[in-house]
Design a binder for this molecule. Structure first.
Ligand SMILES: [Zn+2]
Length: 257
């Protein structure tokens, strides 16, 4: 009898320590009312089947367990956490095993910031940024831009999608507009050629439907076109069928889920 009591006690202690350890390593508690927040604010989620919604929610929970989200001089709440995570998961939802290994913290700013992360003063026009060097594994986002990105789901702009596209691009070691994990070898050269053609078109046109920021360089092109692809796929298909077909191959939405 005494042996049984000791065994039960040991099992209970083990379970307690295991849960306690999980609590300590978890970076964000699961947002309360997550389903409601997603349903009311994330169009991508609204359009999923019931089963895919459940899968999306579990990816959000997993992302939040591994990624700390913090406000810099600004209060943040569960909606902000859910929107950051949604921006991350939308891009990789067709890849159930994909986890972002190159991010551990997302910092939300109260407005735009400068390239030196200053939130006061003149030259502040940055809405989001993926950190490098000392800020490796950090992402910076403007909270108002995060919110407005999801409020306007079909304008072709989403700061969170833009920055997480950079992280996907960066995952192979180079932020160069060529996300090697999304491309097979034979697809790389056609993709590079497609990017260069599109960048030339943006530069030579005064009113390209692709945001002119995409012509900055190949990496910005990939981030900008990813925003366009997830927010206005039909328009992208109509105006740039080859580009659209390549992005379908990369992200294969509607498949492998
Ligand atoms: Zn960018």
């Amino acid at each position: 009898m005494a042996g049984l009591i000791i065994l039960i006690f040991a099992l209970a202690l083990g379970a307690y320590l295991y849960n306690d350890n999980k609590r300590r390593t978890r970076k964000n508690p699961t947002p309360s009312g997550m389903h409601q927040l997603l349903q009311e604010n994330v169009t991508f989620y609204q359009n999923l089947s019931i089963n895919d919604k459940l899968a999306f929610e579990s990816r959000i929970i997993d992302f939040l367990e591994h990624t700390s989200i913090r406000g810099v001089d600004v209060e943040i709440d569960d909606l902000d956490r859910v929107l950051v995570a949604a921006g991350a998961i939308i891009l990789i939802f067709s890849f159930p095993d994909w986890k972002y290994n190159n991010i551990s913290e997302v910092l939300l700013y109260k407005g735009t910031f400068s390239k030196d992360f200053e939130t006061e003063g003149g030259d502040r026009n940055v809405l989001g940024m993926v950190g490098d060097g000392a800020l490796h594994h950090e992402m910076l986002l403007s909270k108002p831009s995060l919110r407005s990105s999801f409020k306007n789901p079909i304008d072709g702009h989403n700061t969170a999608i833009h920055e997480f596209a950079h992280l996907i691009d960066k995952a192979d070691g180079a932020t160069d507009g060529i996300p090697e994990y999304l491309l097979t070898r034979p697809e790389v050269l056609p993709w590079v050629s497609e990017i260069h053609t599109a960048i030339q078109q943006i530069r030579s046109s005064n009113h390209s439907d692709i945001d002119s920021y995409g012509a900055t360089n190949e990496a910005e092109f990939f981030a900008v076109i990813s925003e366009y692809f997830f927010e206005k796929p039909d328009k992208l298909k109509e105006h740039h069928p080859e580009l659209y077909a390549m992005l379908v191959k990369m992200f294969h939405p509607e498949s492998s889920r």
